[in-house]
Ligand binder design. Structure first.
Ligand code: UDP
Length: 319
């Protein structure tokens, strides 16, 4: 099969490219290298079935050709990282809204099946319970820049479902929860690579807020496995799935575990959100997926627990 991965030089995209090459697919990557890096695909760049186009997904003539050639499209290109999103609000909205519009319109032109990478951010400020696909979304004020990202990805989901309902375009939507693993950089704010790098360097591990906020972390290999299986499952078409691990941990616990597993004597330092991200920031207090739908559809079970996830990131940075 010929597949197109938008954002294929990114952290998740590059792991997905490896998996699809291993499966025997011919893989086309389009990436503008905004947050994607050539280093991410260095291990596969000489592969005879890998093709790279360095360009923006907003370039419609390039995208027309790539979508035409592909059997399946994995749309992962987007603005990523809370710090990046806070620093680049215009680019965030531009790429997340217009980029997905281009991908879906061209996919529909040639009737090519599309996976849309969405995000747990779209649930917003829920605190009550594990998040299920049909839950309401709780968005903050438009004055808080973070929610622009959530709203742009929500629009992507609406558009994908509209194409499915109205144009019969086969689409699958995956809401990715905090995905971690080797090759993820801390540069755009992500917590685990930042904690591990600080711990290994003996620098303070900086916890934002009071550290009681929770997240649930999934190894990137579990995520790419779920994505590829969903794309092969006809029952997944026109559906939205949480993709994540339902083990919830506070950021304080995460900091402690990182310190312990890397045998570090780094201090844990508390930093206000305002200092970390500037004014206009609002965090999510709790974020844990309900993954029953994913379990039922493809028999998904996360294979990595928090300890093995942290160890894999420690080993990556040690290398
Ligand atoms: N965080 C932190 N220290 C850091 C980076 C992040 O305490 O160096 C916190 C952040 O405020 C959030 C959690 O860790 O509560 C997860 O942050 P990340 O940016 O990785 O993902 P997201 O907020 O999108 O879940």
């Amino acid at each position: 099969m010929r597949v197109l991965i938008t954002g294929g030089a990114g952290f998740i995209g590059s792991h997905l490219a490896e998996r699809l090459l291993d499966q025997g697919d011919e893989v086309f990557i389009v990436d503008n290298l905004w947050t994607g890096r050539l280093a991410n695909i260095a291990g596969i760049q000489a592969h005879e079935r890998l093709h790279l186009v360095v360009d923006t997904i907003l370039n419609e003539s390039v995208m027309n050709e790539l979508v035409f050639k592909a059997d399946h499209i994995y749309h992962l290109a987007a603005a990523v990282g809370v710090r990046n999103i806070m620093d680049h609000p215009v680019e965030t909205l531009d790429i997340n809204v217009k980029g997905t519009e281009v991908v879906l319109r061209l996919a529909n032109r040639f009737k090519k099946k599309v996976f849309i990478a969405s995000t747990s951010e779209i649930y917003g400020k829920h605190v009550e319970h594990d998040l299920s696909e049909d839950d309401n979304r709780v968005m903050g004020t438009v004055k808080k820049r973070r929610w622009a990202y959530a709203c742009s990805k929500t629009l992507d989901e609406f558009l994908a479902l509209a194409y499915f309902d109205e144009k019969k375009l086969p689409v699958v939507i995956g809401r990715l929860f905090n995905t971690v693993g080797p090759r993820q950089t801390g540069q755009y704010g992500m917590v685990l690579p930042n904690f591990v790098q600080s711990a290994l360097l003996g620098k303070p591990i900086t916890v934002y807020g009071d550290g009681t906020q929770t997240r649930s972390f999934t190894h990137v290999n579990d995520v790419t496995g779920a994505i590829t299986r969903l794309m092969m499952e006809p029952a997944a078409e026109g559906e939205v799935f949480n993709i994540g691990n339902d083990h919830e941990v506070t950021i304080n616990e995460l900091a402690e575990r990182v310190r312990e597993l890397s045998a570090s004597d780094s201090e844990i330092e508390y930093v206000s959100y305002e200092k970390a991200y500037g004014p206009g920031f609002e965090d999510m207090e709790r974020r844990c997926p309900n993954i029953d739908k994913l379990r039922q559809c493809i028999g998904f079970e996360p294979s990595s627990d928090l300890e093995s996830i942290i160890k894999s990131v420690i080993n990556y940075f040690k290398e």
